[in-house]
Design a protein around this ligand. Structure first.
Ligand code: GP9
Ligand code: MN
Length: 658
């Protein structure tokens, strides 16, 4: 009854609306573009929720147009329309690159994105990104129509549109049971877009971008109490095991291997290994074969942060850029306390990812960036890995002579998307030799291109180069006598950000026709969402020259677990770690920024609320609910620690109490 009453009050005159073609264009084009964007990105086109969300929201915005007259009204609608086009185009491009949606807090680091703009242009700008500009052509036509310039203020239509939009939004929330909290939690951008549409997502993102400052001023008291309760309950004590103190007093060299994925290890083409050096190290040292990076939009910098702190990236923006001023308990700081000299090295400009500021905050005594090297060979964004390593050895040697112990973090660069500098990577043959029957019925050898001239193929060639650079580095370290008391830690920083369809030719190549197998072919191997996500894992190896600890660890593990695992080996302890010493765990959970999570039993897709079982054992609903809550809690707690500067605040309180 009530609904009928409300509806009867909403009177929108047909004439009013038909006289307002711009109003219609804005509303309808926003709806269509939102639909197209979701179809081309997350693909949930049959879901009605975002449709109602977008309709209610855009109608609400458009209703204010009726309070304006003539030219002003046209300008108002044109602005909404152009903004909606910009939002969809920008998100379309961004999604191809990051598999996520744009966050305005990234605008402050646009100068960095301009450094990778070539990478973006070469690899991900696609014609589909232009579909969204169609309304601008209609807009031009309508603005030329004189009738459109004569509009009177129309309060009645304003009230009607307002009521209708409010009615739609309220019933959308009530009927669909939309979880409004997810807007403030923002722990999965894909989730928000799939439930609210792109415009509500972006408006919410803009409001939330002020959070770093506002939250710290007002909303943190409660968050800090939650973090405190979390640590109390967690009982984050150090437990001894067979690896305790095995590397106490040893030097540490970490190799941050740009974009190296785990599937490359032990992969061969024409009898030649893609990563012979990593293969050898993985067999000689402790090899974690189910290891995942846990990056957000901060990619490389997020890995640097998580490795150093055992905390996760923030929900919105990047820690290196927006939260560099917070206090963290870090790997360099803890080693420095033990008399180590900690330093980082990288062949790109120091300001990239705000490293020049953040590395100092993380506790590195020195950051050797591009300016410290002779730029004698360039690959991609900066100095080539081979030259970088070659020039780094004497610098490391000098530090080793002047300090009791050292920790070096070497951030490699050459294996960065878009993997285009083939002539610099060296020879690596990705063609395939096959035998085919000729017209006389005889077998004949033929070479087919397979992964030559292909994005994944180029990535493989680039990775072969990166692996060879690591091999040369280790040889150089050995020659300089730097391996005797040193532990090497090698990890892929994140996946190569290849698109799912770029694996098609790799898995489903038909050499006879030099094309991709048909989906109905019995040999066709499905590379679906889960295969893609699980394939994003990266290698992690802990290696020493004498190799007394050979082992393959198969338990799932995330970047957040590296610090506690190393802490047990090197004898340091971070009570704020959110990860675990992997050797003290029977079962682990790896939580990803988009809310997905992984255990040895299953991979959970948070966006679709579905999962892939990884074992035959039946998975109970309780198990899923428990881990879902755990994943959510970890992301929230980590975010609160950073945003609310928890570590500094607790330290201040304990000092005041002394
Ligand atoms: C930039 C390099 C690459 O210096 O570390 O950063 P990424 O794009 O991987 O975050
Ligand atoms: Mn990287």
């Amino acid at each position: 009854m009530k609904i009928k009453k409300i509806l009867s009050k909403i009177k929108i005159s047909k004439k009013d609306l038909l006289d307002n073609k711009l109003f219609f264009l804005t509303l309808i084009s926003a709806l269509i573009n939102d639909f197209l964007l979701r179809a081309f990105t997350i693909g949930n086109i049959l879901n009605l929720k975002p449709f109602f969300g977008t309709f209610g929201f855009i109608l609400l915005l458009c209703s204010f147009g009726f309070l304006l007259e003539n030219k002003k009204r046209n300008i108002y609608y044109s602005i909404i329309l152009i903004l909606s086009i910009i939002i969809t185009v920008a998100n379309s491009i961004y999604y191809t690159f990051y598999s996520s949606f744009l966050s305005v807090s990234l605008i402050s680091i646009m100068f960095q994105l301009s450094d990778v703009k070539d990478a973006i242009k070469d690899s991900v700008f696609q014609y589909k990104d232009l579909i969204y500009i169609w309304p601008s052509f209609v807009l031009c036509l309508l603005l030329r129509d004189k009738k459109n310039k004569e509009n009177k203020i129309n309060k009645k239509t304003f009230y009607s549109c307002m009521s209708l939009s409010t009615f739609v939004l309220v019933s959308y929330i009530l009927i669909f049971g939309v979880n409004i909290n997810s807007l403030s939690e923002q722990w999965s951008k894909e989730y928000i877009v799939s439930k609210f549409g792109i415009y509500i997502y972006q408006a919410n993102d803009i409001i939330r971008s002020f959070e770093p400052n506002i939250n710290n001023m007002f909303g943190c008291e409660q968050s800090i109490r939650k973090v405190e309760a979390y640590y109390e309950e967690r009982d984050n004590k150090k437990i001894n095991n067979e690896f305790t103190n095995i590397f106490k007093g040893k030097n540490l060299i970490a190799i941050h291997a740009e974009s190296i994925q785990q599937f490359l290890l032990d992969l061969e083409f024409n009898g030649v290994e893609v990563t012979p050096n990593l293969n050898k190290l993985s067999k000689e040292g402790i090899y974690f074969s189910n290891f995942y990076s846990q990056v957000g939009v901060g990619t490389s910098s997020d890995t640097e942060f998580t490795l150093s702190t055992s905390l996760l990236p923030v929900k919105s923006g990047t820690i290196f850029v927006s939260y560099w001023d917070r206090e963290y308990k870090t790997l360099p700081k803890m080693l420095n306390e033990k008399g180590y000299y900690s330093f980082s090295m990288h062949g790109n400009i120091g300001t990239f990812w705000n490293r020049i500021v953040m590395h100092e905050k993380l506790g590195y005594n020195k950051f050797f960036h591009e300016s410290y090297y002779e730029l004698d060979e360039n690959i991609g964004l900066g100095l080539s890995d081979k030259s970088f390593f070659r020039q780094s050895i004497p610098l490391i040697k000098e530090i080793s002579l002047n300090n009791a112990n050292f920790y070096a973090n070497m951030i490699t660069l050459s294996n960065h998307t878009p993997f285009m500098e083939l002539e610099k990577y060296g020879e690596f043959d990705l063609s395939m030799e096959i035998e085919v029957e000729n017209e006389y019925g005889e077998l004949e050898k033929r070479t087919v291109p397979y992964l030559e001239n292909n994005k994944l193929g180029n990535y493989i060639k680039s990775s072969h180069y990166a692996d060879s650079a690591i091999g040369e580095f280790i040889k150089g370290l050995d020659e300089a006598g730097l391996l005797e008391d040193t532990v090497l830690l090698i990890y892929g920083d994140h996946d190569a950000r290849l698109l799912k369809n770029e694996y098609d030719r790799f898995y489903n190549y038909n050499p006879l026709s030099d094309s991709i197998l048909d989906k109905n072919d019995p040999n066709y191997k499905e590379f679906d969402y889960y295969s893609y996500e699980l394939n994003r894992k990266v290698p992690l190896i802990i290696w020493t020259k004498n190799n007394s600890f050979k082992k393959e660890v198969k338990t799932v593990m995330g970047m957040v677990d590296v610090l506690p695992t190393l802490g047990n080996m090197f004898d340091f302890y971070n009570e704020y770690s959110l990860g675990n010493d992997i050797f003290n765990l029977k079962e682990n959970i790896v939580v990803f920024q988009n809310g997905n999570w992984l255990t040895d039993k299953m991979y959970y897709n948070n966006q679709k609320e579905e999962y892939l079982p990884l074992e035959k054992e039946v998975i109970s609903d309780d198990y899923i609910t428990m881990n879902k809550e755990k994943a959510e809690e970890l992301l929230n707690i980590s975010n609160d620690i950073v945003v609310c500067d928890y570590i500094k605040k607790t330290k201040d309180i304990s000092e005041a109490n002394k």
